[in-house]
Design a protein around this ligand. Structure first.
Ligand code: FMN
Ligand code: FES
Length: 431
């Protein structure tokens, strides 16, 4: 493959951001210091270094640069392309696809102010005008009007993202001009966000199924999750075996909560039956529909439930690798899910031998970067694979050729979390 890399150089900070993700480069071909610019226009060897041919690391790489510096320069893009052997023109096409990235210089802090439905009805226009008047040029903050931030129950909402190491975020919701300006200009001193349970007025009441633990458990504690019934469903799944799990899910009548209401059991059965391997599981947490924040509440309030549910879905469909595609505007859900996955891994609930059952499964988080269309399942595959998040033609359907061209079961967060009560209470009771 010919790669025509430009001659702009990355800064040390940009290189450090990429190297923190990919590891240090080993040869001049990959951007090591010696002979750095000799590799400006060369033929790339295939194989060898781990990062090569990992086009799927392009989106995480763009995030790494954007998080550290606040925008993606030509030199940074070239360096990332060199490391991943991706043609820069294509990477530019990807970088410019997403609203959260900029390929032009901008201040380190971006304040996203939502102007979508719920916020428009709650004074977003006045909020924007007030914030823009206070944070003009020279303030070090770029104010950007944004589609729904998934904080609709606390409209109007604003989200500040301050580039650096580490990147910092702050939410103001419900936002006033003062609280939004504070979040943008000093994210560290912004008011703490109220807990996810404030979105659940019926929290703690008897008879809740999906939300039974939200506001009740400590979302950062695996022990607390287990003390409230966590991992009972996975144990039952191992007793039933993959076919038994699919039977229960089918009998429960569960349909997809991502919008299309497709019967979940049928999708799982179709994936499990595919002779081609590996099979993949993808959890769609791109939730971007204005007025929708259910997946955020589940991930922030009961994150281990999603880890357990993804493990069951993967076990039933024969997958050993799961991807959680999480929209880029959900920093707290990201922190909670990262923590839950790390804890589960440390305690043998993810990894080579889940619950000592000889079944291997792990989860990787992929962050979206501001593109509503990436919630569409095949656009989401393209996004993970490092291409522009444009939908693919169907057929073939994802159960036959999905992520990386392999059989893939993709489900919404809420769909998956429903599998836990199905297994613990049994399909007839759930139905
Ligand atoms: C434009 C568009 C956007 C979508 N956005 C989402 C989304 O944000 N989250 C989601 O779960 N599904 C979304 N979907 C539906 C997915 O394509 C897919 O049907 C769903 O994730 C499958 O999961 P389920 O069977 O559990 O519902 C979207 C579909 C379209 C056409
Ligand atoms: S409409 Fe503004 S956060 Fe959803």
């Amino acid at each position: 493959m010919d790669l025509h890399i430009g001659d702009s150089k990355p800064t040390d900070e940009e290189k450090a951001a990429v190297d923190a993700l990919l590891g240090p480069p080993e040869s001049s071909w990959e951007g090591a210091a010696r002979d750095e610019m000799r590799a400006a226009d060369l033929r790339w060897a295939r194989g060898g270094r781990e990062a090569r041919d990992r086009r799927d690391l392009l989106l995480p790489g763009l995030h790494a640069i954007n998080d550290r510096v606040g925008w993606i320069s030509g030199g940074a893009l070239d360096y990332l392309c060199r490391r991943l052997t991706v043609p820069p023109a294509e990477a530019y096409g990807v970088a410019t696809f997403y609203a959260m990235f900029s390929v032009r210089p901008r201040p380190a802090t971006v304040l996203h102010v939502c102007t979508d439905l719920a916020c428009a009805a709650s004074g977003a226009a006045e909020l924007c005008a007030g914030v823009e008047a206070r944070l003009g040029p020279g303030s070090g903050v770029s104010v950007q009007r944004s589609p729904c931030l998934g904080l609709c129950e606390r409209a109007p909402a604003a989200l500040a993202i301050k580039a650096g190491d580490p990147v910092r975020t702050a939410v103001a919701a419900p936002a006033t001009v003062g609280s939004a300006v504070l979040a943008g200009s000093a994210p560290d001193s912004a008011d703490e966000e109220p807990p996810a349970v404030t979105a659940v007025p019926q929290a703690g009441q008897d008879g809740l199924v999906l939300l039974t633990r939200v506001g009740v458990v400590d979302p950062t504690s695996l022990d607390d999750y287990r003390a409230h019934g966590g991992y009972t469903a996975l144990r039952r799944a191992f007793e039933l075996g993959p076919a038994g799990v699919i039977r229960e899910v089918t009998d429960s009548g569960l349909v997809g909560r991502g919008g299309a209401a497709f019967p979940t059991g049928r999708k799982w059965q179709a994936t499990a039956a595919q002779p081609d391997h590996p099979h993949y599981l993808v959890c769609n947490a791109d939730e971007s529909e204005p007025g929708t924040f259910k997946d955020r509440v589940l991930m922030e309030g009961d994150p281990f439930a999603l880890v357990e549910a993804m493990t069951i879905a993967a076990y039933a469909t024969g997958a050993h690798q799961g991807h959680l595609y999480l929209r880029g505007e959900y920093p707290r859900a990201l922190r909670r899910m990262e923590h839950a996955i790390t804890q589960a891994r440390a305690r043998g609930l993810l990894g080579d031998d889940v619950l000592g059952q000889g079944y291997a499964f792990d989860i990787e988080i992929r962050r979206g970067a501001g593109a509503y269309i990436c919630g569409e399942e095949t656009a989401l595959f393209n996004s993970i694979e490092g291409y522009r998040g444009e939908p693919r033609s169907k057929p073939p359907f994802p159960v036959e050729k999905g992520l990386f061209g392999k059989p893939t079961v993709e489900n919404n967060v809420e769909t998956l979390v429903n599998v836990l009560p199905i297994l613990t209470m049994g399909a007839p009771a759930y139905a």
